[in-house]
Design a protein around this ligand. Structure first.
Ligand code: ATP
Ligand code: MN
Length: 462
């Protein structure tokens, strides 16, 4: 008989139906000649209760059905008399044990392992309730990203992972090379990358934005969704060295359009999670208390509070709180400042716009005041920046000037200026860090707990 997934069985099953399920044993207990196995197959938060009467031949296999064992069970679907579950399965015939798990050594014996411990066993943690929930939410969010943009006519573009652009300014880059590290070719005292694989130095991308811009200047509205890499040595709970980013780029659009898109996008994602992952969120709410169905419901309906950088500075200057870092117009907001705005002042997401040009990237459009740029950051409680975006400078003369001021090498960026030389148009976009989003939605406090294989300084497994 074909195996049926537990998720499907629980939603579409009919009492009396013969079924076959496969999964991993969560718990096993025996009482008065009946054994009970809680089985999980990863398709849903719920476990399926298998009921095995003494008379069933399956009863003889129970000694091999320890926590962690992989089994197949066949039986009859029954309405469950127990509270909180719709169906159970009476296993009248065989249980097939694919692989037992020795109770003396299987690391996931009891409930309530710490997240730190689970990080040590990254290959087994997806079997826990917590990581099952997080990874299913992650999946639904990824699906919703495509749904949102595709429904609005955006074109998914695949920007390169290996790039020659080294001036995005988003963080430190990883070099991609096939040079012999023991015998680096030297010229003029430094490494001669003309002898490297690509004939010049290449990097792992920190962002697909610059390439996204030339695609938007042809296809209109585009988005990327792919991995990005940053060699920043920041061992924080919200930085990874490899993370996924979503970057829409919209043509004939200004900062307002960009903000509106970010808000609609964020609300849509919350809505989809509620619709498709309610039991996952309910589980995370119950055990970690850093997310909740009610909160996501509010988020899915509320627009972002909007404040300009200059007003944010005024707000921070008024604060009674003592900050570690100085607050002054012209200085960047530190995470303590961001957190004050989101957690103390507004108690929710805040969108801050129009930052001083000196603290933002060269491609952001200069405002009429000559001092600020059309930038926006979306800040959320507990995490800080989740989205960074801007209207891009489309005026050739202004962009050239800003590149000169910022010391951007022109020889590698001729193509970028071409976009302003031929058929330039206003355009805008943003980058949403996918793991920060998953973190915010699930309430997981460490970003390393929302990606299967986290990469961070001194941390690489598998
Ligand atoms: P931060 O100041 O938090 O390091 P950033 O200013 O470097 O962020 P951007 O360059 O604007 O961020 O990148 C766009 C988005 O990518 C950010 O808003 C954030 O959600 C995400 N992001 C940036 N760096 C990381 C990282 N190291 N790990 C995970 N997500 C990141
Ligand atoms: Mn950064």
């Amino acid at each position: 008989m074909q195996r049926i997934r537990i998720k499907k069985l629980l939603s579409e099953g009919i009492a009396g139906q013969d079924i076959s399920v496969c999964g991993w044993v969560r718990t096993k207990r025996e009482s008065k000649g009946i054994a009970f196995i809680a089985l999980n197959d990863g398709s849903t938060q719920d476990t399926l209760q298998l009921v095995i009467p003494e008379t069933s031949p399956a009863f003889q296999k129970l000694s091999q059905c320890n926590t962690g064992a992989a089994i197949r069970a066949a039986g009859v679907l029954k309405e469950s008399p127990a509270k909180g579950q719709r169906f159970e399965v009476e296993v009248v015939s065989e249980i097939e044990v694919f692989g037992d798990a020795d109770p003396a050594t299987y690391p996931l014996q009891k409930k309530g392992h710490t997240l730190e411990f689970m990080r040590e066993i990254g290959h087994l943690r997806p079997r826990t309730n917590t990581f099952g929930a997080v990874l299913r939410v992650r999946n639904i969010l990824a699906e919703a990203v495509h749904e949102f943009f595709q429904d609005r006519g955006f074109i998914w573009v695949h920007t390169p992972i290996i790039t020659a652009s080294d001036c995005e300014g988003a963080g430190d880059l990883f070099t991609v090379t096939t040079l012999d590290l023991e015998k680096l070719p030297k010229g003029n005292g430094s490494v001669d990358f003309s002898q490297d694989f690509f004939g010049r130095r290449a990097f792992l991308t920190v962002s697909g934005q610059l390439e996204g811009e030339f695609l938007a200047m042809a296809l209109g509205d585009v988005y990327t969704f792919g991995p990005t890499f940053r060699a920043e040595n920041s061992n924080t709970s919200r930085h990874l060295s490899e993370f996924w980013m979503i970057e829409p780029e919209i043509a004939f659009a200004n900062l307002r359009d960009d903000m509106e898109l970010a808000g609609d996008f964020f609300r849509f994602l919350c809505e989809r999670v509620l619709e498709k992952c309610e039991s996952e969120i309910a589980f995370l709410e119950k055990f970690y208390k850093n997310t909740s169905i009610a909160e996501l419901k509010t988020l899915s309906e509320k627009s972002f509070v909007h404040i300009s950088y200059s007003d944010a500075i005024k707000e921070l200057e008024r604060a009674k709180e003592k900050f570690e870092f100085p607050v002054k117009w012209g200085l960047d907001l530190q995470s303590e400042h961001e957190r004050y705005l989101t957690d103390k002042v507004y108690n929710g997401p805040v969108i801050v716009t129009d930052y001083p040009q000196e603290i933002k990237a060269f491609y952001m459009r200069l405002n009429d005041d000559g001092k600020t740029v059309a930038a926006m950051d979306v800040l959320v409680p507990k995490i800080g920046e989740i989205i960074g975006g801007s209207q891009r400078e489309e005026r050739l003369d202004v962009l050239t000037e800003r590149m000169r001021e910022s010391g951007i090498p022109f020889e590698n960026m001729a193509w970028y200026l071409d976009l302003r030389r031929y058929g330039s148009a206003p355009h805008a976009g943003f980058g949403l860090g996918f793991e920060r989003l998953v973190q915010y939605i699930t309430g997981m406090q460490n970003i390393r707990d929302v990606i299967p294989c986290p990469r961070a300084p001194q941390t690489i497994k598998f």
